[in-house]
Design a protein around this ligand. Structure first.
Ligand code: PLP
Length: 392
């Protein structure tokens, strides 16, 4: 790793993960099998869904989600532009076209429900929302819009394992609010276990759903459309298989699932530490006139994946990031919006994403990870204060 005094992110890995991988290697069963089944069982239980399927990465999860929900050529899917490009790429893999909806405000970087609704037309097949930074979208409104227009909803929950939000409980009919985890709110949820995410397995992802029908499709499409996997045949459960659909090899392996099981066990603790870091940032930076901090007024439970701030203007961002770099502090931009990439320019009508453009120009992500030290944190805060004095 480069020699940052304070890196942008860092993983929480220990001997437990090393031992778990060593156990898998000693077992001599490396591809998808019992450890993956256990990882899926624990993850489904944690998120509060009937089914979870571990996959190669979150991009594969998103692709499977849109495929299972029937997206194809001629369809459009509404999604954010202020996201990692995978959100849009996964839509394009199916032949469908992304339509970018604007974010809510400089305080709420999630898609605005009314802007999603404004972009619905006869080609719209579904909606893919991102819980930016681990802060839950307004899912009550989004699910309501989807229901009225007969659209599906995929949650890109890459930032949001452990995040939760209040939803009206339909079961009691009394309008009570219940806390439900991100990834259990739409038709399908997609998670990433890439190295810089809240749960890290190197590469890896998970797809969650409550639907029996979707679960069956996802299971098939994950592994070539085959009706059984090698592990079933090894166990003597089946001798052959049929191929009933055009599927992919999007499987995870046992080493990654073993790491994932440990990372899942640590998730609540690590998210709590991320929350503490976020609160210290907020307390110390809230009064700085030179920046603003999004998501200060959320009553959902965040996964605190990243800590974005907004500078007063986009023109000072290169100097700010260079200033921090000179102090040994790594910062980043989440995200260069997808509609500005060459490949996606044709999906954009100029003027249609004013808030996304404003935020994308001004946003900077500060270091945030569970084991950041008090000294590192105070150092970052001190350097932000120095920067604000420089501007005066
Ligand atoms: C990381 C990320 C992905 C892709 O995850 P991979 O596991 O790397 O494929 C998708 N969407 C968002 C918002 C992400 O941050």
């Amino acid at each position: 790793m480069a020699n940052w005094q304070v890196p942008l992110a860092d993983i929480n890995l220990g001997t437990e993960e090393i031992e778990a991988v060593a156990d898998v290697l000693r077992s001599r069963w490396l591809s998808m099998g019992p450890v993956t089944a256990e990882f899926e069982r624990c993850f489904a239980e944690y998120v509060g869904v009937k089914y979870a399927f571990a996959v190669a990465n979150c991009t594969a999860a998103l692709h499977l989600a849109h495929m299972a929900l029937g997206a194809g050529p001629g369809d459009t899917i509404i999604c954010p532009s202020l996201t990692f490009v995978a959100t849009a790429n996964a839509i394009r893999y199916t032949g469908a076209t992304p339509v970018f909806a604007d974010i809510t405000s400089i305080d709420d970087l999630n898609n605005a429900p009314d802007d999603i609704e404004a972009r619905i037309d006869e080609s719209t097949k579904g909606i893919c929302v991102l819980h930016y930074g681990g802060y839950a979208c307004n899912m009550e409104s989004i699910m309501d819009i989807a229901k009225r227009h007969n659209l599906y909803v995929v949650e890109d929950a890459a930032h949001a394992p452990g995040a939760a939000t209040w939803i009206t409980d339909k079961d009691t009919g009394r309008g009570e609010k219940v806390l439900r985890k991100c990834g259990s709110l739409g038709d399908i949820g997609c998670f990433s276990f890439f190295s810089n995410k809240n749960m890290a397995t190197g590469e890896g992802g998970m797809i969650t759903t409550d639907s029996d029908v979707l679960a069956e499709k996802i299971k098939l499409l994950r592994s070539h459309g085959m009706t059984s996997i090698t592990w079933d045949r090894d166990k003597g459960h089946s001798f052959s298989y049929d191929v009933v659909d055009l599927g992919y090899n999007y499987r995870i392996d046992e080493m990654r699932s073993a790491i994932g099981l440990i990372q899942l066990r640590k998730l609540e603790r690590n998210n709590r530490k991320r929350a503490e870091v976020t609160n210290i940032y907020r307390e110390n930076l809230q009064d700085l006139d030179e920046i603003s901090i999004p998501f200060l007024n959320t009553n959902s439970i965040s996964a605190y994946h990243i800590f974005p701030i907004l500078l007063k203007s986009g023109s000072e961002r290169p100097r700010f990031m260079q200033f921090m770099r000179d102090k040994g502090i790594q910062t980043s931009i989440h995200y260069p919006p997808v509609h500005t990439f060459s490949h996606y320019r044709s999906c954009y009508q100029p003027g249609s994403l004013p808030i996304t453009n404003e935020v994308a120009a001004r946003v900077v992500t500060l270091p945030l990870y569970p084991d950041i030290t008090r000294e590192q944190l105070e150092y970052v805060i001190e350097m932000l204060n120095q920067w604000s004095i420089l501007l005066k």
